[in-house]
Design a binder for this molecule. Structure first.
Ligand code: APR
Length: 256
């Protein structure tokens, strides 16, 4: 085991509170296309402003609902990979683990993580456009591709929208504050598959460092975060995380 990897293993194994901050690269090996990569086929002629903003939805609700229906369908055919499962496994090994994700695919919970903060919402959760009334009942996927009329809110009749954070919108109330508090008080932070350019999520590794945590990054290539981390593990999440968690498990069982 090389020294850098061992440093990461020890920092994780010794932490009472571990925060795992994940971005789009975390789900890459599951096959989930990035927002821009999924602008293909029928959707290639649209601009993100037309598909992922309040104004875009107000202008053409069936177009935006159809686009999210398409992305939801893609995600429903995919599944979490070994890296997601390795993160979930950490809950059995450490006193407290919280995942803070920018991803809207819900894969951390599907893989078994129970402490998950979704900064940008979830593509399989819905609320109404006018008043943010949450939707409790199942919203079925539409079979057809292309524009689809959104269902209506049972309470106020407003069209439903996905409960995700669109461009220009605020994060869900309280969620970032919770993430920030955890980042400041954690012992170690694992930063996985994020370019570190989308704020406020990108501020979390710095908060962790200023709170005294060891920050470990897992990425296939250096990112904006890399210059500020303690340990950089270069590689794919689906390979590095299972190896890291297996070594943490070994170290903890030796210590006990
Ligand atoms: N394993 C680890 N890291 C990877 C992998 C992999 N298999 N594949 C790619 N990466 C890294 C890339 O090197 C890059 O640094 O993941 C990062 C992905 O960067 P972005 O696509 O910018 O994703 P993210 O940081 O999550 O920011 C995008 O913007 O559109 C919004 O809300 C959306 O959360 C999303 C954010």
């Amino acid at each position: 085991m090389n020294e850098t990897f061992q440093r990461a293993v020890s920092a994780v194994a010794e932490s009472n509170l571990l925060v795992v901050a994940t971005g789009a690269g975390m789900s890459k090996e599951s096959g989930i296309p990035t927002f821009r990569d999924s602008l293909d086929g029928l959707w290639a002629r649209y601009d993100p402003q037309e598909l992922a903003t309040r104004e875009g939805f107000r202008h053409d609700p069936p177009r935006v609902w159809g686009w999210y229906n398409y992305r939801r369908k893609l995600i429903s055919e995919l599944e979490p990979h070994g890296g997601h499962r390795a993160i979930a496994r950490l809950e059995a090994l450490l006193p407290q683990v919280v995942v803070v994700t920018q991803n809207i695919d819900g894969f951390h919970r599907l893989a078994g993580s129970t402490g998950v903060l979704e900064l940008h919402g979830n593509i399989n959760r819905f609320k109404c456009y006018d008043r943010d009334h949450p939707v409790e009942e199942e919203v079925p996927l539409a079979c057809q591709d292309g524009p689809v009329e959104p269902p209506r809110c049972g309470r106020c009749g407003s069209p439903l929208r996905p409960d995700v954070v669109w461009f220009g919108e605020m994060l869900p109330p309280g969620v970032f504050e919770q993430a920030e508090t955890l980042a400041r008080s954690c012992d170690a932070m694992l930063v996985v598959g994020t370019s570190g350019i989308v704020y406020p999520a990108a501020a979390l590794p710095m908060s962790a460092r200023s709170g005294g945590a060891t920050v470990i990054e897992v990425n296939v290539e250096p990112s904006e975060v890399t210059p500020t981390v303690d340990v950089f593990l270069q590689g794919a999440a689906g390979e590095v995380l299972p190896a890291l968690v297996a070594a943490v498990e070994e170290e903890r069982s030796r210590a006990n």
